[in-house]
Write a protein that binds this ligand. Structure first.
Ligand code: OAD
Length: 243
């Protein structure tokens, strides 16, 4: 059996035998839906400097640019949909094969595909709030630049900007979950962003990487599957189902 197929079979076997599997996803999980990642050839940060648009400073001093960048991202996510890979993870959760998904993604596609136990480490584009007091609003209000209906302040998406803390409860819950896992599936992330790139090293069980490009990490993965997340998850699922 060629090496790739052996790895697919091995992962299927590990998932079936693991009492506690957790997935940790990044932007590469959603590229097959048509949402660009950040650091690949066509990634967002190859065209735009994140410091110009995705920082607290940008929100406070360059709101036009900040608003334009996040409006395009919200519209992109609204126009696309989760793919089969998201659905496979949701199915595994329902079948008791997957405990949780910890994600850096802000598109809510794991929820939309049916996953319930999701830790959104970098927040969510959909959760709009006002900058001054955190009053809730909706995406249409943000896109139309309607000010907060309660206090009149400008609106922002509920994502973690560079310079902001991660949501602490979400972080500690994801960390606990990963520490207790027997099998951690890292999917579609370059592992370049702190502090979430520390999570894989906290795992005590097996750690598997599913990624299109090579990832330089300070530790050895137990298994690496090079390729597209959606295709690989689908293939592993077919082996599990005996198809
Ligand atoms: P990156 O863009 O840094 O990395 C995405 C990884 O996914 C790359 O290594 C790609 O090779 C891989 N990839 C792309 N498409 C794939 C596919 N279909 N299947 C498998 N792998 C694929 O994105 P993240 O690591 O998620 O944070 O970036 C982390 C954080 O950096 C983001 O959450 C965002 C960004 O700045 C904030 O904005 C706070």
């Amino acid at each position: 059996m060629p090496e790739y197929h052996q790895s697919i079979s091995k992962l299927a076997e590990w998932i079936q035998n693991s009492p506690n599997t957790v997935a940790f996803t990044g932007a590469g999980m959603s590229t097959e839906s048509g949402i660009p990642d950040f650091r690949s050839d066509k990634g967002l940060w190859t065209k735009t400097d994140p410091m110009q648009v995705a920082t607290v400073e940008a929100m406070n001093h360059r709101y036009d640019l900040f608003h334009e960048f996040y409006s395009l991202r919200i519209q992109n996510v609204q126009q696309a949909e989760p793919h089969t890979g998201h659905t496979v993870l949701a199915e595994w959760e329902k079948e008791g094969k997957l405990k949780a998904v910890a994600t850096q993604n802000v598109d809510r596609y794991h929820h939309k595909a049916g996953s319930r136990n999701v830790y959104e480490l970098h927040g969510s584009l959909e959760k709009i709030r006002c900058i001054d007091h955190g009053h809730p609003a909706n995406s249409e209000n943000f896109l139309n630049r309607t000010p907060c209906s309660k206090c009149g302040s400008l609106l922002r998406p509920g994502v973690v900007l560079f310079g902001e803390m991660l949501p602490q409860d979400t972080w500690s819950n994801a960390l606990n979950c990963i520490q207790q896992s027997n099998l951690l599936l890292i999917i579609g992330t370059s592992l370049q962003v702190h502090p979430v790139n520390q999570l894989p090293s906290m795992a005590k069980g097996k750690v598997v990487l599913i990624n299109r490009d090579e990832v330089s990490a300070a530790y050895a993965f137990d298994l690496v599957l090079k390729g597209s997340a959606g295709e690989i998850l689908q293939q592993v699922n077919q082996v599990i189902k005996g198809e």
